[in-house]
Design a protein around this ligand. Structure first.
Ligand SMILES: [Zn+2]
Length: 141
Protein backbone atom coordinates (compact mmCIF):
# COMPACT_ATOMS: atom_id res chain seq x y z
CA UNK A 1 0.00 0.00 0.00
CA UNK A 2 2.77 2.40 0.91
CA UNK A 3 4.54 1.42 -2.26
CA UNK A 4 1.41 2.17 -4.25
CA UNK A 5 1.06 5.59 -2.63
CA UNK A 6 4.72 6.30 -3.33
CA UNK A 7 4.21 5.50 -6.99
CA UNK A 8 1.09 7.63 -7.08
CA UNK A 9 2.94 10.60 -5.57
CA UNK A 10 5.79 10.05 -7.98
CA UNK A 11 3.43 10.03 -10.95
CA UNK A 12 1.67 13.17 -9.73
CA UNK A 13 4.98 14.95 -9.18
CA UNK A 14 6.15 13.98 -12.65
CA UNK A 15 2.93 15.23 -14.14
CA UNK A 16 3.21 18.53 -12.28
CA UNK A 17 6.83 18.98 -13.29
CA UNK A 18 5.98 18.15 -16.88
CA UNK A 19 3.06 20.54 -16.83
CA UNK A 20 4.99 23.42 -15.28
CA UNK A 21 7.94 22.67 -17.52
CA UNK A 22 5.72 22.96 -20.54
CA UNK A 23 3.87 25.96 -19.28
CA UNK A 24 6.98 27.98 -18.54
CA UNK A 25 8.59 28.01 -21.99
CA UNK A 26 5.18 28.34 -23.56
CA UNK A 27 4.47 31.40 -21.50
CA UNK A 28 7.89 32.72 -22.33
CA UNK A 29 7.52 32.28 -26.06
CA UNK A 30 4.03 33.72 -25.81
CA UNK A 31 5.29 36.75 -23.93
CA UNK A 32 5.51 39.98 -25.79
CA UNK A 33 7.60 42.91 -24.82
CA UNK A 34 6.93 46.27 -26.30
CA UNK A 35 7.54 49.89 -25.55
CA UNK A 36 4.51 51.39 -23.92
CA UNK A 37 3.30 54.37 -21.97
CA UNK A 38 0.90 54.18 -19.08
CA UNK A 39 -1.94 56.36 -20.26
CA UNK A 40 -4.77 55.62 -17.88
CA UNK A 41 -5.61 53.77 -14.72
CA UNK A 42 -8.92 52.83 -13.30
CA UNK A 43 -10.34 50.94 -10.40
CA UNK A 44 -13.47 48.89 -10.67
CA UNK A 45 -15.26 48.30 -7.41
CA UNK A 46 -17.88 45.63 -7.64
CA UNK A 47 -20.09 43.77 -5.27
CA UNK A 48 -22.37 44.91 -2.51
CA UNK A 49 -21.55 43.51 0.87
CA UNK A 50 -18.40 41.78 -0.21
CA UNK A 51 -16.78 44.31 -2.41
CA UNK A 52 -13.90 43.40 -4.61
CA UNK A 53 -11.65 45.86 -6.31
CA UNK A 54 -10.26 45.26 -9.76
CA UNK A 55 -7.45 47.33 -11.12
CA UNK A 56 -6.91 48.17 -14.74
CA UNK A 57 -4.15 50.01 -16.48
CA UNK A 58 -4.32 51.23 -20.05
CA UNK A 59 -1.10 51.22 -21.98
CA UNK A 60 -0.49 53.04 -25.20
CA UNK A 61 1.77 51.21 -27.57
CA UNK A 62 4.18 52.64 -30.09
CA UNK A 63 1.66 52.15 -32.89
CA UNK A 64 -0.76 54.31 -30.87
CA UNK A 65 -2.98 51.34 -30.11
CA UNK A 66 -4.21 51.08 -26.56
CA UNK A 67 -4.40 48.07 -24.39
CA UNK A 68 -6.19 47.83 -21.10
CA UNK A 69 -5.00 45.09 -18.82
CA UNK A 70 -6.12 43.98 -15.39
CA UNK A 71 -3.29 44.29 -12.89
CA UNK A 72 -2.83 43.48 -9.26
CA UNK A 73 -3.20 46.16 -6.64
CA UNK A 74 0.49 46.53 -5.91
CA UNK A 75 1.27 46.81 -9.59
CA UNK A 76 -1.44 49.39 -9.95
CA UNK A 77 0.17 51.42 -7.22
CA UNK A 78 3.59 51.24 -8.84
CA UNK A 79 2.43 52.50 -12.20
CA UNK A 80 1.86 56.17 -12.76
CA UNK A 81 0.24 57.81 -15.72
CA UNK A 82 2.90 58.93 -18.12
CA UNK A 83 5.36 56.21 -17.17
CA UNK A 84 7.33 55.01 -20.14
CA UNK A 85 8.83 51.60 -20.29
CA UNK A 86 8.67 48.11 -21.60
CA UNK A 87 5.39 46.34 -21.15
CA UNK A 88 5.46 42.60 -20.92
CA UNK A 89 2.35 40.66 -21.79
CA UNK A 90 2.16 36.89 -21.49
CA UNK A 91 -0.86 34.96 -22.60
CA UNK A 92 -2.86 38.14 -22.93
CA UNK A 93 -2.13 39.09 -19.34
CA UNK A 94 -0.06 41.77 -17.74
CA UNK A 95 3.30 40.25 -16.87
CA UNK A 96 5.30 43.27 -15.86
CA UNK A 97 6.30 46.76 -16.74
CA UNK A 98 9.86 48.00 -16.57
CA UNK A 99 10.20 51.72 -16.54
CA UNK A 100 13.06 52.68 -18.78
CA UNK A 101 13.00 56.35 -18.10
CA UNK A 102 13.18 57.44 -14.54
CA UNK A 103 11.90 60.90 -13.90
CA UNK A 104 15.17 61.53 -12.15
CA UNK A 105 17.45 60.14 -14.83
CA UNK A 106 17.73 63.47 -16.61
CA UNK A 107 19.62 64.76 -13.59
CA UNK A 108 22.14 61.94 -13.89
CA UNK A 109 24.32 62.68 -16.92
CA UNK A 110 26.28 59.49 -16.38
CA UNK A 111 23.34 57.46 -17.55
CA UNK A 112 21.16 59.78 -19.55
CA UNK A 113 21.60 60.20 -23.25
CA UNK A 114 21.68 63.77 -24.36
CA UNK A 115 22.71 65.99 -27.19
CA UNK A 116 25.99 67.80 -27.21
CA UNK A 117 25.35 71.53 -26.80
CA UNK A 118 28.28 72.31 -29.11
CA UNK A 119 28.20 69.83 -31.99
CA UNK A 120 24.75 68.32 -31.55
CA UNK A 121 25.96 64.74 -31.43
CA UNK A 122 24.07 62.40 -29.15
CA UNK A 123 26.18 60.89 -26.42
CA UNK A 124 25.98 59.29 -23.03
CA UNK A 125 28.17 60.55 -20.24
CA UNK A 126 29.60 63.79 -19.02
CA UNK A 127 31.77 64.75 -21.96
CA UNK A 128 30.92 64.67 -25.64
CA UNK A 129 32.89 61.91 -27.29
CA UNK A 130 33.25 63.92 -30.49
CA UNK A 131 34.31 67.35 -29.40
CA UNK A 132 35.00 66.90 -25.67
CA UNK A 133 32.49 69.52 -24.72
CA UNK A 134 31.35 68.85 -21.17
CA UNK A 135 27.68 68.25 -20.74
CA UNK A 136 25.94 71.11 -19.02
CA UNK A 137 22.65 70.40 -17.36
CA UNK A 138 19.86 72.44 -18.83
CA UNK A 139 18.58 75.05 -16.46
CA UNK A 140 15.70 73.81 -14.37
CA UNK A 141 12.31 75.12 -15.40
ZN1 LIG B 1 30.13 67.55 -29.19
Amino acid sequence: MIFFIAILIFVICKAVIKYSGEAAPGARSGANEANAVVCAKRMDISGGERTSVHYYVTFEMEDASRLELPVKGFEYGRLAEGDRGVLRVAGGRFAGFVRNESRFSAADPDKAAHRCPACGAPFVGRVCEYCDTPWAEPAAK
